[in-house]
Design a protein around this ligand. Sequence first.
Ligand code: BG6
Length: 487
Amino acid sequence: MSVAARTGVTAEQPHADALVVFGFTGDLAAKKIFPALYAMVKKGHLTVPVIGVASSKLGIQEWKDRVRDSLLHEEHEGGIDDPAAFDRLIALLDYVSGDYNDAATFSALKAALKGAKRPAFYLAIPPSLFATVIESLGSSGLAQDGRVIVEKPFGRDLASACALNAAAQAVFPESSIFRIDHYLGKEAIMNILYFRFANSFLEPVWNRHHIASVQVTLAENFGVGARGTFYESAGCLRDVVENHLFQVIALLAMEPPAYQSFDAVHTAKASVLRAMLPLKPADLVRGQYIGYRDEKGVAPDSDVETFCALRLFIDSWRWAGVPWYVRAGKLLPGSVVEVQVQMHPPPQQLFDDSGPSGGRANYFRFRLQPAAGIALAARVKRPGKEFIGVQRELYLGEEEPSSMSTYERLLGDAMVGDDALFTDVDSVMAAWSVVEPVLNTHHPVVPYEPGSWGPAESDALIAKDGGWRDPQTDSATHHPHGVGGAE
Ligand code: BG6
């Protein structure tokens, strides 16, 4: 897609002249937003005032220290490697404290904005507060010519998503509402779109005639930590599946965009999500790691899932009958996000180890995290008299790691009014429609051991399609020079 298509119409999309971060003292701000702001300042991409808003009453030195501490935190590689940039960031910052339900907070914010005309309001706050803050932005007169950037989850079911959408559209025009799904800002996920439509060899095989099944894994080797209260209101399906992984599936399964614009990409993605059949309880396995109920903020009898596995079908011409298996969870054996697209075996059993009852057939593997890579597995003969082979991977690895974090990219895009990498309202609603039938009607959670791949029931779900492929084992075998053995 051309750069022009990606960046939209800049003349009509002026740069925001201030950034307001609601939830300034929260976890997300500390972990992702401050590092993103610092990186933007370092590159000269952020020169407008930034105003933090939160309920905690903090003195000037206290909030400045918070920003510094978060940048120096061990999770943020690089620390403060450019003290002058850090000073510039601090000089741009201001802080307003107050209750989000109190009109005085918005009057104080207005004063701190010092006449800025086109602020971008970023809501890094609990989802239950989105509508309250948006309505107050409207009633205080701050929303005019502004933009709002809303974190996920956008609603907690179809009805609440519709209500939130109505609240947002009552205050901001649709073109000024930016719904973040940070997975869309990841290089490896942007590359799915590029890889699919910048190459011609894929299209002839990218359909039900050649593809037998697809599996997507999002595994994390940590638990819910300090986010127990939030997690209790979400669970795995709402937290990462109906948004992050459905967006990945939409990019993999979409038809070519009908014309050269990200509008057409959004439309094509929404169409795939609309074609997904609504889930039935039998398509979903819910698990909960042993020990979750002892986490802070978690109910002692919680039925919230920390793992889920599902089987999806996309009822379209291209994908009819192809099962899409998805699993995600906390406290699994590793932290990895990967897609494997399994092709049909050759129709004839010419060799013992290939064909309908031979070894594993060709597959594509998209490694999305931690590193980015794409592999195509093919069988080749082993040296010797016998016609016996091995599966090898042609591997395209990341040449150089991205120098831009997802939040740096997405906040920067929202500031200039580029919505290419944001989710559009049709996709959001279509995704909720798919999961809606199982949000409340489902089997109880099945406990699983921390460090395992979740409950055994998830294996049964995919048994007829060869079982789950362990992303860690498979990916460890690629060769640094581009060709590796997979089994
Ligand atoms: C967030 C979820 O949206 O995505 C978290 O709320 C999850 O629970 C995170 O850990 C995963 O994102 P990433 O970029 O670390 O893969």
